[in-house]
Design a protein around this ligand. Structure first.
Ligand SMILES: [Zn+2]
Length: 483
């Protein structure tokens, strides 16, 4: 398997630490809001990776965190340790406790994952009845359940001499890591510009890029709702320490792949890497991989605040199937930006429906997979998850001369990775189509009934029945059956 390694700045052959096994840590959702389509992309893309590795025969160990601690870091490229606690803010807005907010939005994440056929981190299908109560069994980890472990790791970082303490917080001193900005190649002075605004919030903070490991319940955060005891006083952990902790607690001091969005690179992953070195004296993650953004037509990032970033249920309300969304998000490689628009989504729907129609024509008898095509499919997956290659391969196979049922069986086998519910889609009966004259008569009859012109309605019924249909009036409206 080859993937694009962000640190190596190139596509690289993945050499697992343990033969045959791949360990993956995926930065998961922050659960005080509903994910929009730009957030969802990461989970579809990395689900493809997860399924591809399973298909290729790897034993996959995967963890995904759920950030249910209200962290201070803002979404901008530089991050700020002194922003608002949005978990607290959302809790106040909705009149709920922070943990209730977290549970509510964990359930929403599970709904979206289920609808989009995203596997749980443990590789299982997310059951219908799974909610926030049982997520741990499925490989999701909640930050609030790892605070003790976070404190242990912070202690290690402190013992190794990477921290300093102020009245407000315990900080990580980024100047102690020689290649701190290795991801971006920025020098610290450049970074300084971005975080300048927050300097002064804590007059004792030494370097603008230093970040909080433990925030004390002091000053601005005196009344912070979520808080824990620690060697540095009552307070709460910084955001980045959560991922360093859960990754190493569950996958070990060295693991293979860490996934996230490109927006995590300059701060979150830069800091996570620094913490790992601070705690363990070496890099923990072998390959960092990042997915690109979903953008508007003008290439600007989708943004919730600008109202151009819909949630999955909004999209479904417009008449799209969640599988249209999955198709849309998987049809491009994770390294490519995807332009989002309703027209683009319609394009994905048309493509998916056309594929389903073609497969339906192949019949429904079970055939045998075509080994040559299975091999070629694996090659495309191994080639940095070349999804456009996979879609082209399907089109090529559909034109081949093999027995129809073998072509069908082969494409349904590909669907173990694509997870577009193709088998279900081809066996589902399409709504019956009627000639346009009949449709027109039904329309006329509906109007006649509205106007209480029952004579006219009965006359039209007669006409329809003469054409060979049985007309039923049901609570949902008129229904036709072919006689
Ligand atoms: Zn993370």
């Amino acid at each position: 398997m080859k993937l694009y390694s962000t640190l190596d700045k190139k596509v690289k052959e993945i050499e697992p630490i343990k033969k045959g096994q791949i360990s993956i840590y995926s930065c998961g959702p922050t659960v005080y809001f509903r994910m929009q389509i730009g957030n969802i992309r990461a989970y579809v893309n990395w689900d493809i990776l997860h399924r591809a590795l399973l298909y290729l025969g790897y034993d996959v160990k995967r963890v995904m965190n759920l950030t249910d601690v209200g962290h201070m870091t803002s979404d901008d490229d530089f991050g700020s340790d002194f922003g608002e606690d949005r978990m607290d803010k959302q809790a106040q807005k909705e009149g709920l406790q922070p943990l209730d907010i977290a549970n509510k939005y964990i359930n929403a994440v599970l709904d979206d994952f289920r609808a989009l056929n995203i596997l749980a981190p443990n590789g299982e299908i997310i059951p219908e009845d799974l909610n926030h109560k049982g997520v741990q069994e499925y490989g999701f980890t909640r930050a609030t359940e790892y605070v003790e472990e976070m404190i242990e790791i912070i202690k290690k970082i402190e013992e190794n001499g990477y921290t300093y303490e102020t009245k407000q917080a315990l900080y990580f001193d980024v100047t102690k890591i020689k290649d701190y900005t290795i991801f971006t190649g920025q020098n610290l002075n450049e970074k300084e510009v971005g975080v300048r605004e927050e300097v002064g919030v804590d007059p004792e903070k030494r370097n603008p890029a230093d970040f909080v490991l433990w925030m004390k319940r002091y000053g601005k955060y005196e009344n912070h709702i979520m808080n824990w005891e620690s060697p540095w006083g009552n307070g709460f952990p910084g955001w980045h320490i959560e991922c360093s902790t859960m990754g190493t607690s569950l996958l070990g001091e060295r693991f293979d792949i860490h996934t996230g969005g490109v927006d995590h690179i300059p701060v979150h992953h830069t800091n996570e890497r620094a913490q790992n070195i601070g705690a363990f004296g070496h890099s923990v993650v072998k390959y960092w991989v990042h997915n690109e953004w979903v953008v508007n037509k003008d290439e600007s990032k989708l943004s919730k605040s600008k109202g151009n970033a819909p949630y999955l249920p909004n999209i479904v309300k417009l008449g799209f199937d969640p599988m249209d969304v999955r198709y849309f998000l998987l049809s491009k490689n994770y390294r490519t930006r995807i332009q989002f628009s309703i027209e683009a989504l319609e394009g994905a729907r048309n493509a998916r429906e056309a594929l389903v129609r073609r497969l339906r024509e192949l019949g429904d008898t079970k055939g045998n997979v075509i080994p040559e095509y299975i091999e070629r499919f694996k090659k495309e997956l191994e080639n940095n998850l070349n999804m456009s290659g996979v879609l082209a391969l399907i089109n090529e196979l559909l034109k081949e001369d093999f027995p129809k049922e073998d072509i069908l069986a082969t494409i349904l086998d590909f669907d173990k990775v694509l997870a577009l519910d193709l088998e279900e889609a081809i066996t589902k009966k399409e709504p019956m189509e009627f000639p346009s004259e009949v449709e027109a008569l039904l329309e006329k009859r509906m109007l006649a009934k509205k106007e209480k012109n029952y004579e006219e309605a009965d006359r039209i019924r007669g006409q329809v029945e003469e054409m060979g249909y049985k007309l039923l009036d049901t609570p949902e409206g008129q229904k036709l059956e072919q006689v």
